[in-house]
Design a protein. Sequence first.
Length: 159
Amino acid sequence: MKPKVYIETSVVGYLTGRPSRDVVIVSRQEITREVWPLLVEQFDCYISALVREEIERGDPEAARNRTTALTGMAALTIPNEARDLAKAMIESGLIPARCPEDALHLAIAAAHGMDYLLTWNFRHLNNVQIKVQLAGFIEDRGYEPPLVCSPEELFGDVS
């Protein structure tokens, strides 16, 4: 049985984004594109109804590209348990109230028993200062927290 990975919206954005002049963005785009075939081969990949909603926003052509990249990928539901867990993360102050989607992505992954949450969001999800606290918070509520990491962290150097 393959490990289960929840693919958060930022990964899809870097996978399908237009070329950038920012060296950090270019690097993340390249890494994401290099590891994508390995990801879908070595893991059972999941998105959620929230990811679907987020990728459909914005420029119609870009939204089509994001949607196409996820064709055939299973979309997890957003159970009430995930909504309650996300709300609790926000109320605790671990994730800012202005970023409810970040809390919900993590809660969905935890509620569905994902092994990994793949993200380029270093502000609230893959932030070393808070992800340990978030993992403990999730465990205290009876869930196994997913390991939060970037595509680069999951695969290392693939070149």
